[in-house]
Design a binder for this molecule. Structure first.
Ligand SMILES: *Cc1c(COP(=O)(O)O)cnc(C)c1O
Length: 326
């Protein structure tokens, strides 16, 4: 007999226990800004960070509707596929990862973990990957391709970027307000697809803002996508049409997954050595770097109290080992 557990309610209870810690960071204190860190990297040892929130509603829906196999898309260092594999193993789903690019001679550490957790990996050419990932999970072509090879599957979009992903991320905003409501005015979060930013903003009271730090070099229509995701979450709430979220750019440090410039690498080292807080090079590093630069430019009033969400991703440090010499 399987016991029905409400995975969303269970995750919210865990979210309420995620530590929020005051950060002692002299460079930021010199700017008169107070920063706490919400440690979602500690949310769960197997499925850390924002990806668990983004998956939880899909896990729940797939289970309710009797799907036994989950499939999604990602690159060789994808935190999303890593989390999906671990979640599948934990909650009894088969998982398939459709991976961008030809099969390499040796798997990345991320994909090695995913395979060990039971994920079946299907490598597709970059062109084929873009066609599949960009068409949307309800496209007949995508469904046909997947069902021909893998049978009946619950399909999750690349990066967990969907209304379900966004709704799951509202748990972060709700939990944070519950835990730490009196202590902060604004929340900072790194942005890839912006799904987490939109969810956090929608989960916060309208008078508090979430500010997203884009890690992408070219942002394309990212802001428009965030606005759509946000509006889907807040349609029944009294929020201004502009929304209680902001997106800032200029802190991509060369682009997604690229080798870091020397000044950013030094920032990374100095930050970790002083604070003891480990960062991932793709997302959280760029957010903390961005927070400091904005603070130094006077972006916030002195005395502003911020919370930065540590969205995890630390498994990705392994791909950057050559740049970490401290
Ligand atoms: C995926 C990821 C993000 C970005 O989340 P989005 O919802 O795509 O914006 C941020 N931080 C980490 C560590 C991630 O793995």
């Amino acid at each position: 007999m399987t016991i029905a557990v409400d995975l969303v309610a269970e995750l919210y209870q865990r979210a309420l226990r995620v530590p929020v810690e005051q950060l002692t960071w002299s460079a930021l204190q010199d700017c008169g800004i107070n920063l706490a860190v919400r440690r979602d990297d500690l949310l769960d040892s197997g499925i850390p960070g924002n990806k668990f929130y983004k998956l939880v509603i899909d896990l729940q829906s797939a289970r309710t509707r009797g799907f036994s196999r989950l499939v999604s898309f990602g690159g060789a260092y994808s935190n999303h596929l890593h989390a999906l594999a671990a979640a599948g193993e934990r909650y009894g789903f088969d998982t398939v990862g459709i991976v961008r690019g030809d099969q390499p001679a040796a798997l990345s550490p991320t994909l090695r973990d995913a395979a060990k957790a039971g994920m079946q990996l299907r490598f597709v050419s970059r062109e084929c990957y873009r066609q599949l990932a960009d068409q949307g999970t309800d496209s007949p072509d995508v469904i046909r391709f997947i069902e021909q090879e893998f049978g009946r599957c619950w399909i999750i979009p690349e990066g967990g970027a969907s209304d379900a992903g966004c709704r799951g991320a509202t748990l972060i905003g709700r939990a944070l307000e519950q835990q730490w409501g009196e202590e902060f005015q604004q929340v900072c979060v790194p942005c890839g697809t912006g799904t987490t930013l939109a969810g956090i903003a929608a989960g916060l009271p309208a008078k508090k803002n979430a500010i997203g730090f884009s890690v992408l070099k070219g942002m394309g229509n990212l802001g428009a996508k965030i606005a759509v995701a946000y509006q889907a979450m807040t349609a029944n709430q009294a929020v201004s049409s502009a929304g209680n979220w902001r997106l800032v750019s200029g802190f991509h440090a060369g682009g997604y997954g690229k080798k870091l410039p020397e000044n950013v690498r030094q920032f990374w080292r100095d930050f970790e050595l002083e604070t003891g807080l480990l960062l991932d090079p793709v997302y959280t590093l760029k957010m903390f770097w961005g927070i400091l630069l904005l603070a130094q430019r006077g972006y916030w009033r002195k005395g502003t109290r911020l919370v930065a969400v540590h969205t995890g991703g630390l498994q990705g440090r392994r791909g950057f080992a050559a740049q970490i010499d401290w």
